[in-house]
Design a protein around this ligand. Sequence first.
Ligand SMILES: Nc1ncnc2c1ncn2[C@@H]1O[C@H](COP(=O)(O)OP(=O)(O)OP(=O)(O)O)[C@@H](O)[C@H]1O
Ligand SMILES: [Mg+2]
Length: 297
Amino acid sequence: MTAKSLKVPCSNAPRHNNLHHFSVRCGSVTNVRGFTVFRDASRPERKDGYNHTKILALNRMNSAHNSPVTTVKRTVILVANSKGGCGKTTIATNLVSYYEALGRPVTLLDLDPQQSATQWLKLRKSAHIHGLSWPVSEPLSLGRLQQKLDQAGELVVIDSPAGLDPHELDHLLRLSQIVLVPVLPSPIDIRATTRFLQTVMLTPTYRRRPRRLAVVANRARTRTKMYAALRQFLTSLKIPYLVTLRDTQLYVQAMSHGEGVMDAAVSRNLDDRQHWRLIGEWLEVQRHLIQAMPGFR
Ligand SMILES: Nc1ncnc2c1ncn2[C@@H]1O[C@H](COP(=O)(O)OP(=O)(O)OP(=O)(O)O)[C@@H](O)[C@H]1O
Ligand SMILES: [Mg+2]
């Protein structure tokens, strides 16, 4: 037994949409003689400790899904929702500042013609965050997006514009491994997000190979009826629902000063910082799974 080994704790274990062929609760991912193996801790072991069916299935998937676009060892996290104003830029900028706080080099690709993330980065003057923006009038083509990503580092966060059409979305999904979808507690936002998630799942890229998809509730006032409705909607989805970000001026101020909630200057609230740790931990588990099991990229 050599190389990579990743333990997946029960609380962070992949749901069915992540390891879509298996109903796995917890276990470990291991590289055995060049083969990626998921060992399901919830099932009895064979003598050699591995479930043979899973070994065969994973190896089949590893070889079936290797395409030129996905062989690069780069993790691309797409923040997207076709609904405007739900918090895409807020989540993208806070995520890169979370990585910067960890000392991790990260690229922020701003695809929004409004260039809010680019403005935020100018204010920040960061050494660890590499900013890339998209020419305002240029359509999102797969080839040009790929060229842009060639200039990026190993960890990329994409801030996408509202109103992506299904073709643009398909291109972006093709180049991303993880998708974070912010949603606000309002009937209009819940309906728009339902449509957006359906559109994601119907794209040719997602149908070929589901991406790791998670929802983040944003601007929530947890004592309201609307928040209860949002919770009901989120728990009805077969998609991980990571955290609920508070509705607070902390985010508005951070955005206007080129800061993130993890930065010392705006770190008044420990709960808000904890939300970003939870998001970061979930993303890290996904990243390790993707690297340990290239067939799932
Ligand atoms: N948790 C929050 N609490 C308070 N204000 C927030 C929060 N999240 C976002 N906002 C504010 O809501 C507004 C919209 O957020 P943001 O720009 O991140 O949305 P967006 O999805 O990127 O919008 P667009 O679709 O126009 O690009 C901004 O003014 C932002 O500061
Ligand atoms: Mg935006």
